[in-house]
Design a protein around this ligand. Structure first.
Ligand code: MN
Length: 259
């Protein structure tokens, strides 16, 4: 049996955080324990392959949290030498993230390098099959969606998607999920984005601790503010929306394999 092939099976889940940088909080264990106590299922993303094993150790006794192996596009300039390590470690996990492309001016100088690294990660994941990827696409949404394409043999979660509606529709057609954080719901473009996303593709995320609400970092439990916003838009009770999101997360994480 592959490591964490059916990670959430049999677990009671009341909330979803599909993208949290739990290792970047001052007290990661406290955040993980709160998530577990609140029955929030989480993908604990990492930004470089060299911290993955630390994340595995940090979360090994917590069933609600699955660690993910990542190489953040903003760090590719400094950390591309860790790509071989990512290739080795991916054998230990089905969960990959944070990966992707970032076309912002600040890291534009590394864009070609980001492209090569992202393509290499996608190829590695496609060869292995059955991976779940949480993907960054700031100022690169169209290229990210088209680079992955409609035949990727695994699951794709577009984290904090800020691309156009036409790109969102393409991603929907390709079968991708969208994880929505508490800041996204305040964007003027959010109602239009939400209107083109099928109910079965919506997930919640915190992207904590870098996302802040007022003066405090967002936490996995803040998913409820996303639930409220979606609930208002869908004219549906929050508990019903939460149940849909939980079901979506279970489907997204379930292994397609027969092992
Ligand atoms: Mn992130």
């Amino acid at each position: 049996m592959t490591h964490n092939s059916q990670p959430l099976e049999g677990l009671e889940i009341d909330g979803v955080d599909a993208h949290c940088h739990v290792d970047l909080y001052p007290d990661p264990r406290a955040v993980i324990r709160r998530a577990e106590a609140d029955r929030i299922a989480m993908i604990a993303v990492t930004n470089t392959p060299s911290v993955f094993e630390k994340m595995v150790a940090l979360t090994s006794d917590i069933q609600h949290v699955v660690p993910a192996l990542g190489l953040h596009p903003e760090l590719v300039g400094a950390r591309s030498a860790e790509l071989p390590l990512l290739r080795r470690l991916q054998k230990q996990t089905r969960f990959i993230g944070e990966v992707g492309l970032d076309g912002s001016a600040r890291v534009r100088s590394t864009y070609e390098q980001q492209r090569r690294v992202f393509q290499a990660i996608l190829t590695t994941c496609a060869d292995a099959g059955d991976k779940v990827l949480t993907v960054h696409s700031r100022r690169a949404a169209s290229e990210v969606v088209d680079t992955i394409g409609g035949h990727f043999p695994g699951k794709i979660i577009l984290h904090w998607f800020t691309g156009s509606v036409s790109v969102a529709k393409r991603a929907v057609a390709f079968g991708f999920y969208f994880s929505i954080n508490p800041l996204m719901v305040h964007a003027t473009t959010f109602p239009l984005l939400l209107s083109v996303l099928p109910r079965e593709r919506i997930l919640t995320e915190s992207d904590g601790p870098l996302v802040r609400i007022g003066s405090r970092p967002v936490e996995p439990g803040d998913a409820h503010s996303t639930i409220e916003a979606v609930s208002a838009a869908w004219k549906m009770g929050p508990n019903e929306v939460r149940a849909i999101v939980v079901q979506n997360f279970r489907s997204c994480l379930a292994s397609e394999g027969t092992d």
